[in-house]
Design a protein around this ligand. Structure first.
Ligand code: ADP
Length: 528
């Protein structure tokens, strides 16, 4: 059958039992079955799997699905087998298979029975597999978790970098990349690395209107604060994320002692205990799971009502993914993060010893976390801006769902200061990151400023009637407003946008609110 003759709604119903496509699915499916490279960016739970599973089932040949995690592959294969009467409709090909099993997989593919073949990227480098795959019809290659290809993603995997070369060896086959990570930089990396800048791109909104975002100062009394919070949400399911296993154990115990049903979950527990704790949470025998991030991968409880970050995560992508586990059923989901700058320094220390480029990226990602935590603007607007999405913080869906919007800080007119800031970026030839721009404004010297003789310029110190903190806050707000942009290749050099240039020429009112003051957070709070 020609792709254009396929009745997609009928096939959707037949295989999946759904009456309708969800979000952008239909467009994606059409794009794939007509042989186009496609790029799908949808938040977790958006329904990405169906985007390639349905085309794979209706097209001739076998679709190769590259996925980084064996456990995820296994789940997916089981799910597809349950949709079809043929066990061989989906297979995994990896090094754990016996010779006999590999032969069976090959036989099923050759006979046309297998529609989806899941492989780990490292399996695809095996000469034997490539030779075989060259000899059978392949409908397309789907690359799940495509952000693993980018060093700017939260889960970089070097093996992903070889995928394009391998796929080319298989012939001129359409490629579909899928990810739930949406920063513009990661997207660009994916398209470039997969050599598919021509791809049809489908990007769903990352707004989660039912989630409430809140950041609190991390003090010595954090445990009492968490207990109070949980008691206010009595009987509801929640997850608490901590950085270390030790902290997970500690917090779980403190909660238990205080009459809250909680269990720990981390990689240090044996598989049986972990499974037991996860089941207890899913079956609602306990209300709270205290976990390291590793836990996040498996949990799929739709009615998680709160996600607490005892420790701030290392990137906003991680934060978005982790908070995304709240309110998956569309109901309330409170996302509370505890923040102290000391925690950031701790994360920075973890990065010491890593390759320099990796450290630079790590620092740049952390700076975004700091900016998010310290900002006094709409947190939703900030997060969505980070993902390349503009959000209307007055009328947008969920606009009032964060602490900053509910309790706004006083705003002050900053039109003149914005002009001064933009002029300073211009006058320093758009070569400085925030730090040096601010130093130039307040007239502070460091080695970089000296090297460029900026301190000899007449605009040096032009903004010294305001403090460093004020300018930092203003830069953040101006960035989100699009008057400046941050050049990612150079790890954060500030550049003027067209909108910024227009502002200098014709300034207008710019109301800014001062950032939160978190510097008083207590040291001891983060000693583990
Ligand atoms: P993602 O991979 O983007 O996280 P999934 O593929 O796991 O999302 O899908 C999330 C949920 O949405 C699953 O429970 C899936 O069965 C459901 N789903 C997907 N497509 C549809 C649809 N067209 N109609 C109803 N439910 C759907």
């Amino acid at each position: 059958m020609k792709p254009s003759e396929i009745d997609l709604h009928k096939e959707l119903k037949k295989y999946f039992g759904f009456n309708q496509f969800k979000g952008l699915q239909e467009g994606v499916v059409k794009s794939i079955i007509t042989g186009n490279n496609s790029f799908v960016i949808m938040p977790t739970g958006g329904g990405k799997s169906l985007c390639y599973q349905l085309p794979a089932l209706v097209l001739d040949g076998t679709a190769i699905v590259v996925s980084p995690l064996i456990a995820l592959m296994k789940n997916q294969v089981d799910a597809i087998r349950s949709l079809s009467s043929e066990y061989g409709v989906a297979h995994v090909l990896n090094s754990s298979l016996t010779k006999t099993e590999v032969n069976q997989v090959k036989k099923d593919i050759t006979s046309g029975l297998t529609k989806l073949l899941y492989v780990a990227p490292e399996s695809l480098t095996k000469e034997e597999y490539i030779e075989f795959l060259q000899s059978v019809p392949i409908s397309f290659v789907a690359i799940d978790e495509a952000h693993c290809i980018s060093e700017w993603g939260h889960d970089f995997r070097p093996e992903y970098r070889n995928l394009r070369t391998i796929i080319k060896q298989l012939g001129d086959i359409p490629v579909i990349g899928l990810t739930a990570t949406a920063t513009p930089k990661v997207q660009e990396d994916i398209l470039k690395n997969l050599d598919m800048t021509d791809a049809n791109t489908f990007k769903a909104s990352f707004n989660r209107p039912n989630l409430f975002y809140e950041v609190r100062t991390k003090t010595k009394n954090i445990e009492g604060d968490i207990i109070r919070f949980i008691k206010q949400h009595k009987g509801k399911s929640g997850v608490i994320y901590c950085l270390s296993r030790k902290k997970v154990e500690e917090i779980a115990q403190v909660l238990q002692v205080n009459g809250i049903s909680a269990v720990p979950y981390h990689a240090g527990l044996d598989a049986k205990t972990r499974a037991k704790h996860q089941d207890m949470f899913l079956m609602e025998d306990v209300d709270v799971v205290v976990a390291t991030i590793a836990f996040g991968m498996g949990i799929d409880k739709p009615d998680v009502r709160f996600v607490i970050h005892h420790d701030i995560p290392k990137s906003l992508e991680s934060y978005y993914q982790e908070t995304g586990r709240a309110g998956r059923d569309g109901g309330e989901g409170h996302c509370l993060a505890y923040y102290s700058y000391k925690d950031i320094e701790k994360l920075e220390k973890f990065m010491a010893g890593k390759p320099v480029a990796e450290q630079e990226i790590g620092f740049a990602l952390l700076q975004e976390v700091v900016a998010y935590a310290e900002t006094s603007m709409s947190r939703r607007k900030f997060l969505l801006h980070y993902f390349g999405e503009e959000f209307d913080d007055v009328n947008g869906e969920g606009a009032d769902m964060d602490d900053n919007v509910r309790n706004p800080k006083k705003k002050a007119e900053a039109q003149d200061q914005v002009v001064t800031l933009l002029q300073t970026v211009r006058d320093t030839n758009e070569m400085y990151k925030s730090k040096e721009v601010i130093f130039t404004l307040i007239g502070k010297i460091n080695a970089t400023i000296k090297a460029h003789k900026t301190d000899a310029q007449k605009f040096f110190g032009k903004g010294k009637d305001h403090e460093e903190k004020y300018w930092m806050a203003l830069i953040r707000q101006v960035l989100v407003d699009g008057l400046l942009s941050k050049d990612i290749e150079s790890y954060g050099v500030l550049k003027l946008t067209q909108k910024g240039l227009d502002f200098i020429k014709k300034p207008y009112s710019f109301m800014m609110s001062e950032d939160h003051e978190y510097s008083e957070a207590d040291d001891e709070a983060i000693v583990t």
